[in-house]
Design a protein around this ligand. Sequence first.
Ligand code: COA
Length: 252
Amino acid sequence: MQDNHILVEGPEDTSGILIIRFNRPEKKNAITQAMYRRMVKTLNFANEDDSVRVVVFLGTEGCFSAGNDMADFLNYGMAQTSEPPAGFEFIKALADVKKPMVSGVDGLAIGIGTTLNLHCDMTIASSRTQFKTPFVDLALVPEAASSLLAPRVMGHQRAFALLAAGEGFSAKQALEAGLIWKMTEPENVEAESLEIARKLASKPPRALRIARDLLRGSPVEKLQRMDEEFAHFSAQLKSAEARAAFEAFMRR
Ligand code: COA
């Protein structure tokens, strides 16, 4: 990974806010194994370091993330390994982050670029954002405990449309579905996300932590669902139908 594909900022110079930014715009911020590994380290640091009060995920202009890197999907599918990929470690880390998480989404939010937000406590998205999880079209299945969290947040019909039918959600639809906290104009996404993070960072941390834990419940159920999803996901990654879908993308 180029060192700058994930940019990490804070917490000292940002009043306790740890910013994780997807920064691979030439590939629409598609996330590689190395990028996942960097984020796992950063989330572990956020858990352990008292000076981190809030974690914020941001992307680049017009693009949050186009999801998992397709070449990595293809390589994993062809490799003779049963070792989970780094993306799996990342989503497990995400379910277990002890600090509030905010995301600021502008533009493309595909695959994990959408499901990551189900783990965030407050998401601001720009009016031009498109959320989409084309798992089934790629011969894959929902991940990141989205099969558990999305129906709870938005009910079966909308969760099915998003996660199984692969229907895109506009920011307005995402707001109506409860996937995001607020819609704003593209130029305001970062400022408003950081403003929310600043407010959260200034609250009594113990009370906020307890309130958050009560609202979110134990991570155990999410981690179990991730294991269940991953058993199917990894088998599908190795399937001929998934390989055909990845190769079709690579050939475009
Ligand atoms: N993995 C790897 N590379 C990706 C990528 C991904 N998930 N998404 C985009 N890219 C790359 C493209 O290959 C292209 O690289 P190139 O310039 O070297 O050819 C570059 O990013 C720009 O993408 P492009 O497709 O030309 O831009 P676009 O605006 O026409 O379309 C998307 C953008 C995101 C709609 C389209 O790239 C796409 O569908 N990507 C796959 C998304 C996906 O299915 N992710 C997995 C979800 S589980």
